[in-house]
Design a protein around this ligand. Structure first.
Ligand code: FAD
Ligand code: SIN
Length: 533
């Protein structure tokens, strides 16, 4: 047993921001399944959207977020997050975050923050650190965590399941007591207990065959919360980023939307610009529209990718503004200053998740969720670019404030030891990797950018069969992280399909050919699933 005051599952921007705020008031365990920096946060490129310039306003940021969200955002949540953004950004800077700067106008003198532009934003408002914003955020937050003696980080520890009173068979309101955690190196399962547990486990890009996400993104938090009885909402809204590098040897490399923000233009293989046929904002239209347009162009022409062309900007500017993209593309033989970049859409961001309010509270007492694992209502049916880092910062702060203001009762219940099978099976790895591939491929083929009722039905049946098989393996054999992640991607795939089937319309990122238009009766209606005890 490992007793703490706060358990934080995940070491991306959400988990670290929360941990730093609560640490002065108690002992914090940060549990993270790989190295401490390995997270979606670490790969963020474009930056953080926040109102910091005189030409911008909260009203405009709110309006852009609501427009991208296609009628499903919760306006009060949007306002809170947008309006509290600048204060949280300032704190991040005080912790040591270095954003890119540029010369201020001559009358002001000195330097000012350099602001990027991305799809769906009516103003330049993206604070960034060149094109490696996430790496710089992780550096700054992890350095601050290292200065905090109350925080202990457990790397290579993967949370298996939440310890919830309903799962233990207790009557009354459901309450979280912590999590069972598999220590991958020590090869044993621990019960981490605390009155407050934060789920900050990020998204689920790995549920799809092609994704911009790193390997950690297997939707573990959503799957654990669902099994524990929490409400999960809006999982049908999976955001596909329009521009992932098309290069067989490259594993999931994103070409930031900021490249289009600086003038990059999408073109067909024949070299023709095509976005003007789809939206007045052309290549800078909201992401759902751009991703669907590329998908449609590729299907019409049979092409395996389209081009993103930024050659018209001066080479020194491109190398200074996008050093990581420039170097990575060059390592695959593509000089972005002289050649167009081959790009395809790929699964990028989970807009749905564990249902919370703007303070990160879930419907299980003692359980909070923040960041990509959570669904606060900020993103609605389609996230506005660079709003997710902002949401994690603001909600991480608010959740910490809430947890400190309402201290949960001490745990007065006996926590049973983790039980698992103990058989070894030499075939296990083959079965796991086969099932893993099958889920990712069927999600890509049947539950991708364009859906139909028939494809969703087919996906539902196949996922149910796979889940049956996984259940047998799961309970008979000893725990491994591959098996844990497989069980989670199967659960998350099921939740995405079920939410998609619940929504008889097309809205934002959910596009179903059988209902090609939004239905006003479904505006402001979330699709909510929760497991009955
Ligand atoms: P993450 O940063 O993903 O952290 C999740 C953490 O949980 C990790 O430490 C992981 O190891 C851990 N974890 C997961 N499961 C378990 C488990 N079972 N047990 C223990 N630990 C676990 N958003 C923007 O706003 N601006 C951008 O410019 C931007 N660019 C992006 C570029 C890329 C390539 C990608 C993939 C995403 C980008 N996003 C961007 C989205 C944004 O990065 C994420 O939504 C955000 O970082 C999520 O933060 P998080 O803290 O919620 O989760
Ligand atoms: C990007 O840099 O294009 C990613 C921005 C985001 O996902 O918000």
């Amino acid at each position: 047993m490992k007793p703490f005051d706060f358990i934080v599952l995940g070491s991306g921007i959400a988990g670290l921001s929360f941990a730093l705020k609560v640490a002065p008031r108690g002992r914090v365990a940060i549990v993270t399944k790989k190295d401490r920096a390995e997270s979606n946060t670490n790969y963020a490129q474009g930056g953080i959207a926040s109102v910091t310039s005189k030409e911008d306003s909260f009203e405009l940021h709110v309006r852009d977020t609501l427009t991208a969200g296609a009628g499903l955002c919760k306006e009060s949540v949007v306002r809170t997050i947008v309006e509290e953004g600048p204060a949280r950004i300032q704190e991040l800077i005080e912790l040591g975050m270095k954003f890119s700067e540029r010369d201020a106008p001559a009358e002001d003198g000195g330097k000012e923050l350099d602001l990027g532009r991305e799809g769906g934003h009516s103003k330049r408002r993206i604070l960034h650190a060149q094109d490696v914003t996430g790496r710089e955020i992780e550096r700054a937050l992890l350095n601050a965590v290292a200065r905090q003696p109350n925080i202990q980080i457990f790397e290579n520890h993967i949370a298996i399941d939440l310890i919830a009173s309903h799962k233990l068979g207790h009557a009354g309101a459901n309450r979280c007591f912590g999590a069972y955690v598999f220590d991958k190196k020590g090869n044993r399962v621990w019960a981490f207990t605390a009155p407050v547990t934060l789920l900050a486990t990020g998204g689920c890009g790995k549920v799809y065959l092609y994704t911009t996400n790193p390997d950690i993104a297997t939707g573990d938090g959503v799957a654990m919360a669902y099994r524990a009885g929490a409400a999960i909402a809006n999982m049908e809204f999976v955001q596909f980023h329009p521009t992932c590098l098309y290069q067989p040897q490259a594993k999931s490399f994103l070409i930031s939307e900021a490249v289009r923000g600086e003038g990059g233009v999408l073109k067909s293989l024949a070299g023709k610009e095509f976005m003007d046929a789809y939206h007045p904002l052309k290549s800078l239209a909201p992401r759902d529209i751009v991703a669907r347009a590329i998908d449609s162009e590729m299907k019409k022409s049979g092409a395996e990718h389209v081009w993103l062309d930024i050659r018209h900007r001066p080479a020194p500017f491109l190398i200074e503004r996008f050093p990581n993209i420039y170097r990575t593309c060059l390592s695959y033989g593509i000089d972005i200053t002289r050649e167009p970049i081959p790009v395809v859409p790929a699964a990028h961001y989970q807009c749905g998740g564990v249902m919370t309010n703007v303070d990160g509270e879930t419907d299980i007492a003692g359980l909070y969720a923040v960041g990509e694992a959570a669904c606060t209502g900020l993103h609605g049916a389609n996230r506005l670019a660079s709003n997710s880092l902002l949401e994690a910062l603001v909600c991480g702060y608010r959740a910490a404030g809430k947890a400190l203001a309402n201290p949960a009762q001490k745990i007065a219940t006996e926590i049973p030891l983790w039980q698992s099978g103990n058989a070894h099976n030499p075939d296990e790895m083959v079965v796991v990797s086969h099932n893993w591939d099958e889920i990712r491929r069927l999600m890509w083929d049947y539950v991708g950018i364009v859906r139909t009722n028939k494809r969703l039905e087919r996906a539902a049946k196949r996922i149910a069969n796979l889940q049956e098989e996984i259940r047998e393996y799961y309970w008979n054999f000893i725990v491994t992280s591959d098996l844990l992640e497989l069980r989670n991607i199967a659960t998350v795939a099921e939740l995405i399909v079920r939410c998609a089937q619940l929504r008889p319309e097309s809205r934002g990122l959910h596009y179903n050919l059988d209902y090609p238009h939004p239905d006003p009766a479904w505006a402001q209606r979330d699709t909510i699933l929760s497991k009955q005890p």
